[in-house]
Design a binder for this molecule. Structure first.
Ligand code: GLN
Ligand code: ZN
Length: 766
């Protein structure tokens, strides 16, 4: 019998129970007992759900109160002294490491003030993990029995789970050296760490675990040789009589370049992501020994589309033909952590479209059905199969997914459309004449504080409690306030403040054809922060202007240049669930054409500075160097240029980037006239060099918008002076790191005033 397996299930709860209780706990409104109780209930619910769906191999230890990688740091005692010194209860140490902790002294405990550990993106997903951080005196030991406890908890319910652990090589490689220990390469700690893994595995075996899922996702990255060779050391050590069988799992990519690391490992089986890379089947099969099992990841853990049963069954059958049914498992491609919990709570998605979707709960039935089909023959699932075929073909032939006008327009894109009329030098001269921008121009990134008032009005409007006219009036008043404020402070290039926008992608999605939105489709981004990505369901087009009214109004009430504000094609794509039936490139082109029209409409309306934000451009970069990555860079850059190149030389195109280590060459290729980059937290003075070759104009973010702290004027002056050692003064812009929407007005005014005053000081000197 071919078994079905799930690699992990969302832990947030269908009604975001986890967020509610953790935030209540943080604010002192829930006790630790209540917190643990909700955790236990969520685990039980998820196990039962999977059991009832008929899943054979159900995970445990996929639950976490914050992040599963951080759980491992607590488990193995990888706790820098700045956290351990407070002797907090384990759960509070976990939260302190995840999000920092600041709390005044009480009679029984001293004051706590510690910042969070670094948080980084989990591969190419929108999930973030807390980076294991190894300080000088790290001493591995088994600090808790969480995986064992959760295994036993499930066992008590009559469910024999497969516990999930992050494997030792990935755990170390995904970590970093702490400040006190910078020369350390974490992978060199392997031999010290292995005995602790062995101890944990022995405990799991004693508790009755037969197999452990050991995640080694870094096998889809380009790895240094010492990491590639660490696999043999690690797994020969860990596989023993005293340990459960180990099932090695990878996901999100291609393991072929590291296949030598897997070959010959004494593990019970290997899981790979065949949704992403079906072409890797033969090489993986060839690397397995005759007794090793192949887990075929075929139900997408990263998307919301129904699996195509016919195709999935065909693929699994081809794997069976190669290794035999007794050696195949049908599985989700990755953990389902990256998908919303259930479709059941979606009441507003049109039925025609909802029929195309499958969220985590629905995906359970998919793995089970595919496993049954390959075990008992497709007739055994005839009903499910027919329904699935109907949904798939309805989607394929729907006019929503095939808009001929859009396809034709994309087909006619020319290279010229993605090139400005003249080179930067010529454009700059025209812009200087048209815009009258001084040296050291000051600007902001777009949003201004989104006060409670704004949110209340927006909600009222969405609910139909106020008329469109009333809402419009309110927005105009907000814009007026923000414009007046910027004039008072003395900024040079103004923005309208984005009061009408809930979110920088959703706002545009709602105005475009081709998107739908969920009411409850939350996915964990990090800790208690969840996002609800829009879904691109069809060909994208723009039925009408999206931002012109607000920008035009804003420009009409000031003599200073007003900067129009759009979200770029790649960011719209990356922060949505994309389609899986057409390429990312084609989706980016469709978005780009829609934005191109908007850019031109803004220009026609008298808005001559236009910023197109692309903060997500870096995160879309494929995990490995090579053809796929080069291809991505090409189409990502082209789509930005397509969106922005339809304007006159005298119209100034800005772009903005945050959150990531950018490659200056990619930014350069966009050919924006001005770019602003999050920069204030880079305290390595060498970083200032990073963009020094940038040929166009640039603003390195001068203050952190995540903090209410107000930098003094002198701080701005000295930061600008540092930058000026490297950059020519005529290229420099003066701006914060990012938008100010999460800030309050008081600190916003003070910080911007200091920033403008500093710029004026430099202006006077040159
Ligand atoms: N223009 C957007 C804002 O200011 C940019 C947001 C972002 O880069 N994350 O809010
Ligand atoms: Zn930003």
């Amino acid at each position: 019998m071919v078994q079905s397996a799930v690699l992990g299930f969302p832990r947030i709860g269908a009604q975001r129970e986890l967020k509610k209780v953790t935030e209540a706990y943080w604010s002192g409104k829930a006790t630790v007992e209540e917190l643990f109780k909700v955790g236990k209930e969520l685990r039980e619910k998820n196990w039962k759900l999977q059991k009832d769906a008929g899943v054979d191999i159900i995970p445990s230890n996929d639950f976490s109160f914050y992040d599963q990688v951080l759980d491992h740091s607590l488990l193995f005692n990888v706790i820098p002294e700045r956290y351990s010194k407070y002797n907090l209860p384990a759960i509070d140490t976990l939260f302190a490491m995840g999000r920092g902790l600041q709390r005044p002294a009480t009679e029984s405990s001293p004051a706590v003030d510690v910042t969070a550990l670094e948080m980084v993106k989990w591969f190419d997903s929108n999930y973030h993990y807390v980076r294991p951080t190894f300080s000088k005196n790290v001493e591995f030991k088994l600090n808790s029995t969480k995986p064992v406890d959760e295994f036993l908890e499930a066992k008590a319910l009559g469910i024999n789970t497969r516990p999930v652990l992050v494997g030792p090589v990935s755990y170390l490689y995904l970590g970093k050296a702490d400040k006190d220990n910078l020369e350390l390469e974490p992978i060199t700690l392997l031999e010290k760490l292995l005995p602790v893994y062995a101890e944990l595995l022995a405990k799991l075996k004693e508790a009755g675990a037969e197999t452990v899922q050991i995640d080694e996702p870094i096998l889809v990255l380009d790895l240094p040789v010492e990491v590639q060779s660490a696999y043999k050391v690690a797994y020969e050590y860990l596989v023993s009589e005293a340990a459960p069988k180990l099932f090695l799992t990878t996901y999100f990519g291609d393991v072929r370049p590291n296949i030598q690391s897997i070959k010959g490992l004494p593990v019970a089986g290997v899981h790979a992501d065949f949704v992403r890379v079906p072409e890797q089947l033969d090489e993986i099969v060839a690397a397995l020994s005759p007794s090793q099992i192949l887990s075929v990841g075929i139900v997408n853990g990263r998307n919301i589309w129904k699996a195509n049963f016919a195709k999935a069954i065909e693929f699994v059958s081809s794997a069976i033909a190669k290794v035999g049914a007794e050696r195949v498992i049908v599985a989700t491609s990755s953990s389902l952590l990256h998908t919303p919990v259930t479709l059941a709570s979606e009441k507003k998605i049109p039925a025609e479209i909802k029929d195309w979707f499958s969220f985590a709960t629905e995906k359970l039935a998919e793995v089970v059905t595919i496993a049954k089909a390959v075990t008992d023959g497709p007739e055994s699932v005839a009903g499910e199969f027919a329904a699935n075929a109907k949904s798939i073909s309805a989607r394929e032939t729907s006019s929503i997914t095939n808009d001929t006008a859009v396809r034709e327009r994309v087909g006619k894109i020319t290279e010229d459309q993605a090139r400005r009329k003249s080179p930067f030098g010529v454009r700059l001269a025209a812009q200087k004449k048209a815009l009258g921008i001084p040296l050291f121009p000051t600007t902001t990134i777009g949003s201004f504080p989104q006060t409670k008032d704004i949110r209340i009005f927006r909600n009222k409007f969405t609910k139909g409690e106020i008329t469109a006219e009333e809402y419009e009036k309110f927005i105009e008043k907000e814009i007026e306030t923000v414009v007046k404020f910027q004039e008072e402070v003395g900024l040079d290039v103004l923005v309208h403040g984005e009061p009408e926008r809930n979110d920088m992608v959703q706002y545009f999605g709602e105005k475009l054809n081709g998107f739908v939105f969920t009411t409850n489709g939350w996915v964990q981004s990090y800790g208690s922060r969840y996002v609800r990505p829009p879904i691109i369901v069809g060909d994208v087009s723009r039925p009408g202007p999206m931002t012109v009214k607000e920008s035009k109004f804003a420009q009409s009430i000031t003599k200073k240049p007003m900067k129009g504000m759009l979200t770029g094609p790649v960011t719209c794509l990356r922060w949505s669930f994309p389609r899986d039936d057409i390429s990312s490139k084609l989706q980016a082109q469709q978005l780009a054409l829609a934005l191109r029209d908007e850019v031109q409409d803004l220009e026609a309306a008298g808005v001559y500075v236009i910023q197109v934000d692309e903060p997500a451009i870096r995160e879309g970069l494929p995990l490995r160097a090579g053809a796929e990555r080069d291809d991505y860079v090409n189409w990502a850059v082209e789509s930005f240029r397509l969106a922005t190149s339809g304007v006159d030389d005298s119209t100034q195109i800005h772009s903005h980037f945050c959150y990531s280590d950018l490659d200056p060459n990619h930014i350069k290729a966009l050919d924006a006239d001005v770019v602003s980059i999050e920069f204030s937290k880079k305290d390595d003075p060498n970083y200032i060099q990073e963009f020094s070759e940038y040929p166009n104009h640039i603003g390195l973010g001068l203050f952190d918008i995540h903090s209410p702290r107000v930098p003094a004027k002198d701080e701005f002056v000295s930061r600008i002076a540092d930058i000026l050692k490297v950059y020519p003064q005529e290229n420099l812009w003066v701006n914060p790191d990012c938008g100010l929407k999460t800030r309050g007005w008081t600190e916003t005014r003070a910080s911007l005033q200091n920033m403008v005053d500093a710029a004026k000081e430099f202006r006077a000197k040159y």
